[in-house]
Ligand binder design. Structure first.
Ligand code: HEC
Length: 156
């Protein structure tokens, strides 16, 4: 079968627009203010999962099997959290301190402390033993506030 030259012409034109569109999309998504709002959403998502665990704990309802879902979600978010702090994203509507980037290793450690605390709660709640949810929550909460104390500016 002979493929017409029109076919190639159209293919090239389509590829050109696909490439152009995807490169525009990339630069759009990487604007600092977009990253800043995305990371704030991630932070709020972790806070919501904590509220979910606290709600299970307070009401003493029979959803303790859900605890590991929430705790694992927090651990997963802790793992991707550092990606949302690329260098230079301390300007604009953000409370991130510039020290994050000079102390990068320590910042990574604090995200990994959160991951560990959340993973521990997930593992405990999967075992047959009764879990002390409030102890697990305080352990997670401590890792949040340790990082905030050092790397988040006070609210204005
Ligand atoms: C590794 C450091 C780190 C850890 C761990 C961390 N945070 Fe944050 N968090 C920050 C920083 C930095 C900001 C400020 C982000 C900004 O304004 O750009 C922030 C902001 C927030 C905000 C405000 C979001 C907004 O809308 O402005 C909430 C809520 C929050 N964190 C909740 C949590 C909770 C809950 C945890 C623990 C489950 C947690 N964070 C763990 C560093 C951390």
């Amino acid at each position: 079968m002979i493929i017409s030259s029109d076919f190639f012409r159209y293919t090239i034109i389509i590829l050109f627009f696909v490439t152009l569109f995807s490169s525009l999309k990339t630069s759009y998504a990487n604007e600092p203010e977009k990253i800043i709002s995305y990371r704030k959403v991630l932070m709020k998502v972790t806070a919501s999962h904590i509220s979910a665990i606290a709600s299970i704990s307070r009401s003493d309802i029979s959803y303790t099997s859900h605890v590991s879902t929430h705790a694992n979600a927090i651990a997963e978010i802790a793992r991707i959290m550092p990606d949302t702090f690329p260098e230079g994203t301390f300007i604009g509507k953000t409370r991130a301190k510039e020290a994050i980037w000079s102390d990068w290793e320590k910042f990574l450690q604090m995200a990994s402390d959160l991951e560990q605390a959340a993973t521990e709660l997930a593992e405990k709640s999967n075992s047959s033993l009764k879990v002390d949810l409030s102890a697990g929550l305080s352990a997670i909460g401590a890792t949040c506030s340790n990082c905030h104390k050092l790397y988040r500016k006070p609210a204005r």
